[in-house]
Design a protein around this ligand. Structure first.
Ligand SMILES: *Cc1c(COP(=O)(O)O)cnc(C)c1O
Length: 243
């Protein structure tokens, strides 16, 4: 175990490095780095790391599993107290229908809406808390079409899903999200995502978010137009393998 001070230094160094990468990629395509939100994905890491990140100025935290995400958000909110600027919680993982309403209790953005049944459940969870949850449609960018076990709506199914989200008063249609398929060139995949995003924005002008890019491919995502990058390992270090 490293002590708190050492861990803070590690996280600060990781953040500096990622901010430099974001700035360099943005500069290459003439974008303002301030238009790119860094979501630090803290899955598998403890709430104490989230608190250190908050001290270091991070406002957007990503998590991928309920109920771990709920417990961490609750612990962090208690430690920060009422006077601190609240963090924004992004749920980025695969979502089970029977957990969607509970995720809408604390998530400010859900990046992984990929099927119609999730929409009603999220809306129910958000409205019973009087909250508005911003939802992104996760798109499957696999050119071979959907494969078993992969998440994401096919590009053809995105418009109907977007309309359904936009029709819910407790939800706000935010845009699109994707993970580059492992065996494809990320830039080619992200260009497909951009086409889906542009088509969505014609119908829904407020759907401006493009969530793409992780530790390994954030440059390609920013060069193609990502507004949100979701970065875990490059800030926090390699995760222990899931048991
Ligand atoms: C874990 C995860 C990330 C972050 O991945 P890193 O490779 O650690 O940067 C981003 N998006 C999703 C959906 C994830 O599950």
């Amino acid at each position: 175990m490293t002590s708190g001070g050492d861990r803070r230094d590690e996280l600060a160094a990781g953040l500096r490095d990622v901010h430099r990468r974001i700035a360099a990629a943005a500069a290459r395509v003439g974008r303002d780095p301030a238009d790119i939100t860094l979501v630090v994905v803290t899955k598998t890491y403890p709430a104490t790391d989230v608190l250190l990140l908050a001290e270091l100025g991070v406002r957007d935290i990503g998590e991928n599993r309920h109920p771990e995400s709920r417990d961490k958000a609750a612990a962090v909110s208690t430690s920060l107290g009422d006077d601190a600027e609240p963090l924004r919680w992004h749920f980025v993982g695969g979502l089970q229908t029977n957990k969607a309403a509970a995720v809408a209790d604390y998530a400010d953005l859900v990046h992984s809406v990929d099927r119609t049944r999730l929409v009603a459940a999220l809306a129910r969870g958000a409205s019973r808390r009087g909250r508005i949850v911003r939802c992104l449609v996760q798109v499957d960018l696999d050119p071979e079409g959907p494969r078993p076990g992969r998440s994401g709506a096919t590009p053809a199914n995105v418009p109907a899903l977007a309309d359904l989200i936009a029709a819910e008063s407790a939800l706000q249609l935010g845009g699109v999200m994707a993970v580059a398929p492992l065996d494809s060139h990320p830039r080619v995949a992200f260009e497909r995502l951009l086409a889906v995003a542009n088509r969505m924005r014609e119908e829904h002008p407020g759907a401006t978010d493009i969530s793409a890019g992780m530790s390994g491919d954030l440059e390609a995502a920013i060069e193609v137009g990502a507004t949100h990058v979701r970065v875990g390992r490059a800030v926090l270090g390699e995760r222990p393998p899931l048991g």
